[in-house]
Design a protein around this ligand. Sequence first.
Ligand code: IPM
Ligand code: SF4
Length: 391
Amino acid sequence: MTHDGTTPLAYKALKEMSDSVWDNEKIVVAFDHNVPANTVKAAEMQKLALEFVRRFNIKNFHKGGEGICHQILAENYVLPNMFVAGGDSHTCTHGAFGAFATGFGATDMAYIYATGETWIKVPKTIRVDIIGKNENVSAKDIVLRVCKEIGRRGATYMAIEYGGEVVKNMDMDGRLTLCNMAIEMGGKTGVIEADEITYNYLKKERGLSDSEIAKLKKERITVNREEESYYKEIEIDITDMEEQIAVPHHPDNVKPVSEVEGTEINQVFIGSCTNGRLSDLREAAKYLKGREVHKDVKLIIIPASKKVFMQALKEGLIDIFVKAGAMICTPGCGPCLGAHQGVLAEGEVCLSTTNRNFKGRMGHINSYIYLASPKVAAISAVKGYITNKLD
Ligand SMILES: CC(C)[C@H](C(=O)O)[C@@H](O)C(=O)O
Ligand code: SF4
């Protein structure tokens, strides 16, 4: 998979290697980062990417408005046991299906497109078990807590394998959120063993037949853990955990919400490949229903895909958001990487459900990004400052 940002680069490199692609049915191109194109440069890049799609008759092409590349992959393509190569660092998201999924640079993607081959070292694995019970926290709070524990370089070139009772009972949306942030710890990938929750999702949401699922189960690759021990094992008990916030300027700069409560905000963004799925929008709607966004706050909500958008419309979630005063934008990355649809001015503060709060990422170099769950984002949008309490 490559998107509107990386397809043009991969195409340029491919032209120097080959006159053909390895398999036009195994390549996915999805426009999501700058859709609709917001600058002439973005439009030119999409034009070049389109040339690639046409020239090689790429079957799986998503022209924009259909969603973030990772959500498109999750909704249509990724299966357990697959090797997923993506020209985007958050390709690690798809380990949530019990696949091996990782990001590659555009030149590596070009080689993969030309030959169907690549190489990686087998990563060491950090095992993270999440235990306990706590209805106040979500997958996002958990992954922020893990980022704090492991740190920005603590999982460099490693796989982060999630398990434990909390993960065993977590839905696919939450599992995708967990795996999505592996790269923020330097990880090669996040991974969760495929289980009944995975197979039920594939049956219900993707329409896989019982025999297709039986085949996947049969092909499952297992590792003998007595021989292949983990590099490190971590256990996190969420029972008394507060909601978590990553403060500027790195996702491992994590604090419990009470330590930053009261920080005034100018913008809230609910969306991205971390937290733009249906369960995230449902969670946000719980707190925005019948309420108004604070007069000094801009709230931007972007469903992660067309499918999520349409379901949110059907359930009345979009109605709730618009009534509350939110701005709804086209499914895609939106302001996550500061390209468009809500860039920040100097000194502005954004509370975001995304995965990166690097300095200047969402706009002016002197702006500030805090990362949180959809629940904390929605409540804070109403209050005008960071908080987990409505009253
Ligand atoms: C633009 C793209 C290459 C980049 C990535 O690889 O992650 C983007 O998606 C991001 O989140 O910063
Ligand atoms: S939503 Fe953000 S993090 Fe995800 S792929 Fe797009 S820009 Fe990257």
